[in-house]
Design a protein around this ligand. Structure first.
Ligand code: FAD
Length: 439
């Protein structure tokens, strides 16, 4: 019997495994390799999150910085630096980090999982069945939908419009690293080139309206679409395309109807998969994974707090999903040349009209009891709910905000903030001003 079984060694599964090892749990992780090679663009924020998760060494062979160009709504400009992540190298680095941390790594394809309150039985191709007490589902977009035995209630997954990405990868002549994103009447494309000449072009389309040809013609279709774009022609500058590969991937945004039970939890894309337009997939998968070890620790050590722990994970996953879905929506709405085209029409208003970031309003701050993380466990505390942070904030610069807000409501600012050290005082004042506080 294994204690904790994790399925999937992408960034989410790896981050959970390392976090659990830090809490002293033995961990068994089963994973296949991704069946396609891709380049992915990540921001500095993702690199910081990966370093925070102890996954820095996975980046060593995988990263190249590039200046990103954006051609959107008829305007073209150079944007910030993005880092090109070679996924096969990154995925190999993740496994090395896991082995070094003492995670038992089983390479193989999971064929089936049977779950009950007593535990989980996992069938792995060509290997003995595994039995575990707790299961972490981190198989990314390939994770099967929740089985009937795990579901309670009949909540439905929240889904964006069905979306497909066609990935082309080939070997071209070497050069400087570069990347660019551009919009099209029926979708958008992202392209990148590494110094070693590895080239990558990814076209994202609306499944319902794309009118794609059959599989046999798909490669020729992609080539024709690439050549029809002046930007792509210039970007790849007539280089020969050797070893051209095609892979089609769903990139529909999906939020699982439930992400946590008494003895299981979903993280990463298995919990919520975002639209690749925001370039935030890895960031988001890490965000849900970094909190998971404390949630699992609580479910195993403090079963009396199970409802609180499940609420913590579920609410955070949902909030993250909605925030990124709204950011994606605003990107789509910023392209205004083809509002009637099915691709843009289906995406410019989804998931709702709420702003991605709510405006600050000091008068709207309120105190609520909510789940928080304390000493590796989910606990309950008074937090400050703001219009932009509906799940609440507990501390800023190590200062508990709820008592501070109570003092501010009763005393002049100088008195309410008098006990804070200089650095804490600066941090807290900065936060209050950002919330619209005007003393
Ligand atoms: P994954 O990284 O998908 O890892 C899942 C692991 O589980 C894999 O190792 C897989 O082999 C394994 N697995 C799956 N099924 C089985 C099975 N049956 N048995 C055993 N193992 C299995 N994000 C970015 O940050 N930047 C980008 O530029 C970007 N571009 C994207 C483009 C597209 C078209 C798409 C669809 C996504 C993109 N993403 C991007 C998102 C990013 O790839 C994911 O968000 C991220 O990899 C999710 O991490 P994860 O650990 O949840 O899952």
């Amino acid at each position: 019997m294994h204690g904790i079984l994790i399925l999937g060694a992408g960034p989410a599964g790896a981050a959970v495994a390392l976090g659990l090892r830090r809490l002293g749990y033995p961990v068994t992780l089963v994973s296949d390799w991704r069946r396609f090679a891709a380049l992915e663009g990540v921001s500095l924020r993702v690199l910081e999150a990966l370093r925070g998760a102890g996954l820095e060494q996975a980046l060593a062979q995988a990263l190249q910085a590039s200046q990103r160009r954006v051609a959107w709504n008829g305007e073209e400009h150079a944007q910030n630096i993005e880092y090109l992540l070679d996924r096969p190298a990154f995925d190999r680095g993740l496994r090395e980090a896991l082995r070094e941390a003492g995670v038992q790594l089983i390479e193989g394809r999971v064929l089936g999982v049977q779950s009950s309150e007593a535990g989980h039985r996992v069938q792995v191709q060509g290997q003995a069945e595994l039995v575990g007490e707790f299961l972490v589902e981190a198989r990314g977009r390939q994770a099967p939908a929740l089985g009937k035995t795990l579901r309670h209630g009949d909540g439905q997954a929240l889904r964006g419009a069905p979306t497909l990405s066609l990935l082309n990868r080939w070997q071209g002549p070497g050069g400087s690293a570069a990347s660019a994103v551009y919009s099209l009447e029926d979708g958008w494309a992202w392209m990148a080139r590494r110094e070693d000449g590895q080239c990558y072009w990814q076209l994202t389309l609306d499944v319902a309206s794309a009118g794609l040809p059959g599989k046999a013609q798909l490669l020729a279709y992609c080539r024709q679409r690439r050549q029809a774009s002046a930007l792509a022609r210039e970007f790849f500058a007539g280089g020969e395309e050797r070893q051209l590969h095609l892979h089609a991937r769903s990139s529909t945004a999906i939020l699982s109807p439930q992400v946590c039970g008494a003895n299981w939890l979903r993280v990463g894309d298995a919990a919520m998969a975002v639209d690749p337009l925001s370039g935030n997939g890895i960031f988001q998968s890490l965000s849900s994974a970094l909190q998971a070890p404390a949630v699992i620790n609580t479910l195993l050590q403090r079963p009396q707090r199970a409802a609180l722990a499940q609420r913590f994970h579920g609410q955070r996953v949902e909030q993250l999903f909605l925030r990124f879905a709204r950011i994606g929506r605003d990107f789509y709405a910023a392209e205004q040349r083809w509002p009637e085209q099915p691709f843009w029409q289906a995406r410019r208003c989804w998931p709702d009209p709420q702003p991605a970031h709510a405006a600050a309003d000091f008068a709207a701050l309120r105190i609520e009891r909510a789940p928080v993380l304390r000493d590796g466990l989910v606990d309950e505390a008074d937090v400050v709910i703001t219009p932009d942070q509906p799940l609440g904030i507990w501390h800023v610069q190590g200062v508990e905000l709820a008592p501070l807000l109570r003092r501010l409501q009763q005393q002049p600012a100088a008195q309410a903030l008098a006990d804070l050290g200089p650095e804490q005082g600066r941090g807290v004042r900065g936060w209050l001003l950002a919330q619209g506080y005007r003393p």
